[in-house]
Design a protein around this ligand. Structure first.
Ligand code: NAD
Length: 488
């Protein structure tokens, strides 16, 4: 007999308790060798004043068990509450988010019968770092952080996944025509890793046309790998296009912990009415079983679930006159899955799961020769009708000590020297100083020492200008570590 494995279970908020109860009932009916340790996170914890939504006792259970099955959690709007989901993913190092979006036609209505795609999304970085600032009266800023190891790990995971599950193609989606450093790194890393998997086709699409294709011709996609925010948006589109957000599960995988949840949220509009579709969390639970090396149990449950869909026993979100046989609530749907635990789907693909989680070797650290070559000084400035020529002259007066003003931009567009009078100017200015000759040619800029930057800031401050932040300009093995201004 297999030893029982303990997993943490959070029932969640809204429809969470109903769909979690349903999922656990099916796991138990299938005799899965699991023990459930229930934890309270989310709304109840927020109400008790735990602003993270995760009390200490819950952390202890999660960290001990390393695997969490989680119902959806309501994130209160505003008020300084942090999203429990984002906190869990980041604190536990769950770098990969895997969402399969498949249509189940002809049993569940979908305009895309052949759709069967998987979105593998980077789960810890990008704009989800949540580092945001208001820096002037008019301007707010969010930091988009993308690391080379983070990128390499998710891309390698996507290729390994595609290989393990017999997929044919991996599509990378970025917006590197605009974000040349962050998204550019993602695209370049994808191109560097792809040749290691010669049996798989690889391609890159700009995220906007890529997302449009997911909506219009999802059957042309196989495995998609992308950054955090794009992946979040894309997977809801894909889940909805496949039939319902209520059908898709999501696995969050880290090196030594994992969390499984439905793609959808806590659906407060239908909570407590026994109408929610438990399928998303159930599918996530089957992903969890595979992760735990219990693939045969996953297969049995997934097949019973497919039989239920095939028999037309549908919850309200997927019920369609003429296709469905019976409209049922959460409890009756769950009973129907349990009744079919030893049945094999007739027409829908019979699933077979391998008993193995995907493993990758995490990216090693690298060391390149790093040199400071200049500094971008950001100002909050609204004087002289925001005339860039007035500001430019004041900034040039601070030249010296090996640093020279090279340009001023406003919202990324060069406005000095030789800006266009038509360019709109906000109160947020970026003033680029480069070392050595400095003028214009960033790549030819000379080396700068940090004290030179400090003295420059002092000169700018003494000129009566308000410095709100600085960004250092580096080269790495001689390659620029910063973008040029538009028009530079
Ligand atoms: P939602 O996914 O909860 O609901 C969107 C729509 O889909 C609603 O009409 C809902 O009734 C329907 N729906 C969702 N799940 C369903 C199911 N299983 N069966 C039938 N219909 C279903 O999105 P929302 O309304 O934008 O968000 C509600 C709350 O959930 C918010 O507080 C949000 O922060 C949170 N949320 C949590 C998670 C998570 O825990 N991973 C994910 C997304 C949103």
């Amino acid at each position: 007999m297999t030893d029982k494995q303990r997993i943490a279970v959070a029932y969640g908020d809204g429809i969470g308790p109903e769909i979690t109860e349903a999922t656990l009932r099916i796991l138990q009916a299938a005799d899965t060798p699991l023990e459930f340790d229930r934890i309270e996170i989310g709304e109840a914890a927020y109400r008790q004043g735990v602003s993270s939504g995760i009390p200490r006792q819950a952390w202890d259970v999660i960290r001990r068990n390393r695997v969490l099955l989680k119902g959806p959690i309501t994130t209160p709007q505003g008020g300084g509450y942090k999203s429990v989901n984002v906190t869990l993913r980041k604190s536990l190092g769950l770098f990969a988010n895997v969402r399969q979006c498949k249509s189940y036609t002809p049993y569940v209505a979908s305009n895309h019968p052949g759709m069967n795609l998987v979105i593998i999304r980077e789960n810890e970085e990008d704009l989800y770092a949540g580092i945001e600032y208001r820096q002037s009266q008019e301007t707010y800023q969010g930091l988009k952080l993308v690391s080379r190891p983070g990128t390499e790990n998710i891309i390698r995971y996507a290729f390994e996944y595609a290989r393990a599950y017999g997929r044919r193609k991996v599509t990378c989606m970025t917006k590197d025509n605009i974000m040349k450093m962050t998204d550019g790194l993602f695209h370049k890393t994808f191109d560097a890793i792809a040749p290691e998997y010669p049996e798989l086709r690889s391609e890159h699409q700009i995220i906007d046309i890529g997302a449009a294709r997911v909506a219009a011709i999802p059957e042309s996609m196989d495995v998609i790998v992308t950054l955090n925010l794009y992946g979040d948006i894309l997977s809801d589109i894909a889940a909805q296009v496949a039939g319902s957000v209520g059908l898709a599960g999501s696995a969050n995988i880290g090196e030594d912990a994992a969390m499984f949840e439905a793609v959808h949220g806590s659906a407060p509009d239908i909570a407590g009415r026994d109408v929610a579709n438990p399928s998303g969390l159930l599918v996530a639970a089957t992903q969890m079983l595979v992760h735990l090396g219990l693939g045969s149990y996953a297969e049995r449950i997934k097949n019973a679930w497919l039989c239920t869909l095939e028999d037309g026993i549908h919850t309200a979100d997927i019920y369609r006159e003429g296709i469905s046989e019976r409209s049922v609530g959460t409890t009756a749907f769950t009973d129907a899955v349990i009744e079919r635990l030893d049945q094999t789907p007739q027409i829908a693909d019979k699933v077979t799961y391998q008993d193995k989680a995907i493993e990758i070797t995490l990216a090693p650290a690298i060391a390149q020769r790093k040199a400071l070559v200049g500094v971008d000084v950001f100002l909050d400035w609204s004087e002289a009708d925001r005339d860039p020529n007035v500001l430019g002259r004041q900034l040039e007066a601070a030249n010296g000590d090996g640093l020279r003003l090279s340009m001023v931009t406003n919202r990324g567009v060069k406005v000095y020297p030789e800006g266009l009078p038509e360019t709109y100017r906000s109160d947020h200015w970026r003033c680029r100083y480069l070392g050595g000759e400095g003028e214009g040619e960033a790549s030819g800029a000379g080396s700068v020492e940090f004290p030179q930057v400090l003295r420059l800031l002092e000169r700018i401050h003494n000129a009566g200008l308000e410095v709100i932040k600085t960004e250092h300009l580096y080269t790495f093995d001689g390659e620029l570590g910063f973008t040029l201004g538009q028009g530079e």
